[in-house]
Design a binder for this molecule. Structure first.
Ligand code: HPA
Length: 270
């Protein structure tokens, strides 16, 4: 059996069965505290989940999946994700997505911290992801066998569901956080970008840059899920003082603003 079906079966035995979650939410860097928004969650640490590697570089950080009622909607929430720079096998980069789909989720909300490239994307602003550019050098569909239920050659022409994108922009207005939409470029990392690389990304059409999300979005599209993506701009890309700690701090500082937007979005989906 696929590892991720084993993980899903484990979760069902651990109390994640019953009514299927309507959506899955993956929390980006610094947003982990949002899992406390879930009412009466059942929870499981990644370290207890067969088929789920422990994300590297997260010692001391909580990595777990929760299921419960999030802003009135049954949801799965993933705190901790897999990054290509950690050296995982390609399909592991989308572990959260494979498991969410196996448990019945058909809508995926992805959040991340990103460096702003476009002039208006200053630190502290949010960007609704309209499209992406995959520069990670990998793809979660790479591998000797195809995962059950996944398309081999999924189209990516509407990778971010246009209806959910419109709903996210509306949610931003409702939350008093009007936001622009833009193109997210995913790079391998873990080093941040040089100014020359940022200029290259800008010319390629990227508005923001980060090291996550895109593998998850590709897998979700291969599974026929609807995807919505939200970036918090934590820094101007290419700065001399970029640091992971600053990204995490900015994520944590702005988590409540992000939650306000997501709350309106999720309420609108119900
Ligand atoms: N570059 C890459 N990833 C990031 C950045 C950045 O500037 N900020 C947050 N994640």
């Amino acid at each position: 059996m696929d590892d991720f079906l084993v993980a899903a079966a484990h979760l069902r035995r651990a109390g994640f069965g019953g009514e299927a979650p309507r959506l899955a939410l993956i929390l980006g860097s610094g947003f982990g505290g949002l899992e406390h928004e879930i009412d009466s969650p059942v929870q499981c640490s990644y370290s207890d989940l067969p088929g789920f590697p422990v994300p590297a570089g997260t010692s001391g950080h909580v990595c777990r999946v929760s299921q419960g009622v999030l802003w009135g909607t049954r949801a799965l929430v993933f705190r901790g994700r897999y990054h290509a720079y950690e050296g995982h096998a390609p399909r592991e980069l989308a572990a959260c997505v494979w498991v969410a789909h196996a448990l019945g989720a058909r809508t995926l909300l992805v959040t991340n911290a990103a460096g702003g490239i476009r002039g208006d994307l200053a630190p502290g602003s949010m960007m609704a992801i309209r499209d992406h550019i995959n520069l990670t050098g990998t793809n979660p569909l790479v591998g000797p066998t195809r995962l059950r239920g996944a398309a081999a050659f999924p189209p990516m022409g509407a990778a971010y569901d246009p209806g959910l994108l419109a709903a996210l922009l509306k949610a931003g207005e409702q939350a008093g956080e009007p936001m622009a939409s833009g193109v997210y470029a995913a790079v391998l990392g873990p080093s941040f970008e040089t100014p020359a690389e940022v200029e290259m990304l800008r010319r390629l059409g990227a508005d923001a840059v980060g090291m996550s999300t895109v593998p998850e979005v590709i897998a979700a599209n291969a599974l026929g899920m609807r995807v919505c993506g939200l970036s918090l701009i934590t820094n101007r890309a290419g700065g001399a003082h970029d640091s992971h700690e600053r990204v995490l701090q900015s994520g944590a500082d702005n988590a409540l603003r992000l939650a306000a937007v997501l709350r309106h979005l999720v309420a609108g989906l119900a």
